[in-house]
Design a protein around this ligand. Sequence first.
Ligand code: 5RP
Length: 263
Amino acid sequence: MQWGLKNRLSRIFNPETGRTVMLAVDHGYFLGPTRKLEDPRATISPLLPYADALMVTRGVLRNCVDPEGAIPTVLRVSGGASIIGPSLAAEGLTTSVEDAIRLNVSAITMSIFVGTEHERETLLNLAKLVDEGERYGLPVLAVTAVGKKLEKRDARFLSLCCRIAAEIGAHYVKTYYCEDFEKVVDSCPVPLVIAGGPQLDTFKDTLQLAHDAIAKGARGVDMGRNIWQSDHPVAALRAVRGVVQENMKVNEAFELYESLSKG
Ligand code: 5RP
């Protein structure tokens, strides 16, 4: 792997633990002003000290994140579909690699929609992005998107998606946790991080999800709604961080969450 590419990945994955806590705040690119992310700056600012990297679009990065801040960014460069449009899978590339470099990002990211009518174009866009990213030493994160079909999140389907993304050249892949998650990890030759998905019933469920994913080989999380839709987003992120970066047990991290929530 090229030096620049490795260097950028080491800004995202803590070299001491090999893990990352990414904060996903890119949802507006297809959801618009979704709940508790209506004012991105207000949501993001208090969380920045506790995330290893921020997953974000260029519009929010430019307007809602101070350039003086040192947080590494993973720039979403795909879009073109909305929650009310005909297909969430109809995504193309929305941001050039040159703009990603101007924004000094640490990686670029896009979604692939395996098993949909847009499978081919999203996979070919991933190939193009890997070629362009590697020209400049920019790692590519592929997201195995499922759109509204959350029931598709099983090991067989996700293994297929993750493996295809890795075969095309993605440097790491974001997917969902599922039963038999170790099968997804074992059949994917690049690191995996997990999304949180829609807010779970309790915050303990979120911690359990992060814990189990790490125990089964995930190299981190890239969570959004389960953090910033929480009643106590900073406490939530710090507790998830405890699980991912400090090997905390679920109960220990939950105690941290409760004590920070009261403070
Ligand atoms: C949307 C994304 C989101 O960043 C992703 O879903 C992570 O956020 P959440 O934890 O809220 O699911 O990639 O396609």
